[in-house]
Design a protein. Structure first.
Length: 492
């Protein structure tokens, strides 16, 4: 069935979930609302008949929710709308590095109206051309280099507007256990879901999955086929193909890329989610319902996937069949980083009887997950701590930056360190992680003291004064997030 969102299809009651959903109702409702503060997606004000008039994208969203097999034939006019392009421009980072064209956010904004109007006209008549992505590298925690694509400014604007339009369709399709780069969802939502699943479901084995070079291995051919399942507007599909075929500019040479999506672009996370939705999510959801003999929990944030099983036989069978399915779509599980480990309330006792020591741990979204016991009653719980390598890498970055800022005024150093420590605490401030938070704050203060003492050969900074500086500028280590069972209960 085809659908043209520009045509009226009768009155629709917005915001009401279907009574007989094809999947659990919480997956239909959760995270489906319009983004807060985005005028282009908000419902229009009340009309004289006292009923809400749905906006253009809201009608697309309602139709996509009503019919999961409908293909949309007219979406490009939502993308080249100058108002949407302007909102996309102001949603970009102002100080981001320029792409191959050297265009910066501020320079483009000096003549914003005519520039966006020209971009809109080029999109409308098909004259828009995507520019190659400038390849840059950023260091990883393990010492390796992660390739990052720096997209040209106009490509960022168009990609951001396109993602906003396509989200109206795909947010009704994506399943509840997918959390990565979706509106209204964050890393802590995924961490809460994993924590609650490990505690409330019968999980004895955890399969920690790692896809080898996922963003560089995505097949363009399969990706376009998956997009065409829902998008019948050939102009939008060609727009996506332009980004995929733009190539990479590295060391002055343009390289054509047959596979992968460059990390760093606004469209890359959505395209990756679409790819894994069809390759992994739908298959895993069906496998859990039809083939599993016990409880199965699934949490996915982009290409980071954790699956919990009640029975080891299910876990081994799932891993084997998943490897075969990934091979069909040109993906591969990393043989060294993909691990099956015993984890849960009975893991400690079972491994002690076998003489195998403590249960293994696994990492997910910056935290090491550990089998533990509650102090109050000795019951099983999941302890989460900052990954040691992440903590050390962050302290190394702070040390390098402090060396660069050595002769800045103390007030400027303190303001910068306050933002660094505050941001670290706001992310890693989860229950059971207070020790790692205190360690980070203490080590930052120690590095700051060493930097200040090196500014002069005669002035020895006493600890009493340094402690006053630390207390004034560095936020105290505290737990910022409630227990997942409490927060998830409020949200759902």
């Amino acid at each position: 069935m085809m659908y043209d969102p520009g045509k009226s299809d009768g009155p629709v009651v917005p915001g009401k979930p279907p009574n007989e959903a094809g999947r659990p109702a919480e997956e239909v409702v959760e995270g489906r609302g319009p983004a807060k503060g985005n005028p282009s997606q908000q419902i229009a004000s009340r009309t004289q008949c006292r009923t809400d008039a749905p906006s253009a994208l809201e009608r697309v969203r309602q139709q996509a929710r009503r019919d999961g097999k409908m293909r949309f034939t007219a979406l490009l006019h939502h993308i080249y709308d100058p108002v949407r392009l302007e909102l996309a421009y102001f949603g970009l980072k102002k100080n981001a590095a320029p792409g191959v064209d050297g265009e910066t956010w501020r320079h483009y904004g000096e003549n914003l109206g005519p520039n966006l109007q020209d971009l809109s006209e080029r999109l409308k008549r098909g004259a828009y051309r995507a520019k190659p992505v400038r390849r840059a590298y950023i260091p990883k925690a393990d010492g390796r280099q992660r390739p990052l694509g720096v997209t040209a400014l106009e490509d960022k604007i168009v990609q951001r507007a396109t993602v906003e339009v396509l989200n109206a369709v795909y947010e009704t399709d994506f399943l509840g256990f997918s959390y990565g780069f979706r509106p209204g969802r964050s890393q802590h939502n995924a961490l809460d879901a994993l924590y609650v699943g490990l505690l409330t479901r019968k999980v004895n084995w955890v399969l920690d999955l790692d896809i080898r070079g996922f963003f560089d291995a995505i097949s363009h051919e399969w990706l376009v086929k998956f997009v065409e399942h829902r998008i019948a507007d050939r102009r939008v599909v060609r727009l996506i193909q332009k980004w995929l075929n733009a190539g990479v500019l590295e060391e002055g040479k343009r390289l054509r890329v047959e596979e992968g999506t460059p990390q760093g672009g606004s469209a890359s996370p959505l395209l990756a989610n679409i790819y894994l939705h069809y390759v992994f999510d739908l298959w895993a959801h069906h496998w859990r319902q039809k083939q599993a003999t016990g409880d199965v929990i699934i949490v996915r944030f982009a290409d980071d996937i954790v699956v919990g099983f009640q029975n080891r036989s299910d876990a081994e069978r799932f891993q084997g069949e998943l490897s075969e399915r990934f091979a069909k779509f040109r993906l591969e599980l990393h043989p060294e980083k993909t691990r099956l480990l015993e984890f849960g309330p009975f893991a400690t006792g079972n491994r002690r009887r076998r003489g195998q020591g403590k249960p293994e741990t696994f990492n997910f979204l910056g935290f090491t997950h550990i089998c533990g016991k509650k102090r109050s009653n000795g019951m099983f719980t999941v302890r989460r701590k900052t990954i040691r390598k992440r903590l050390q890498a962050k302290l190394k970055e702070v040390k390098t930056e402090l060396r660069r800022r050595m002769h800045d005024p103390i007030r400027e150093q303190g303001a910068w360190l306050r933002s660094v420590v505050g941001g670290h605490i706001r992310y890693y401030g989860v229950p059971t992680n207070s020790c790692a938070l205190n360690t980070f704050r203490f080590q930052v203060g120690r590095l700051w003291m060493r930097t200040l003492r090196r500014r002069s050969q005669t002035d020895r900074l006493p600890w009493a004064r340094m402690k006053r500086l630390i207390d004034r500028w560095l936020p105290p280590a505290r737990i910022c997030h409630p227990y997942p069972l409490r927060r998830l209960g409020v949200i759902t």
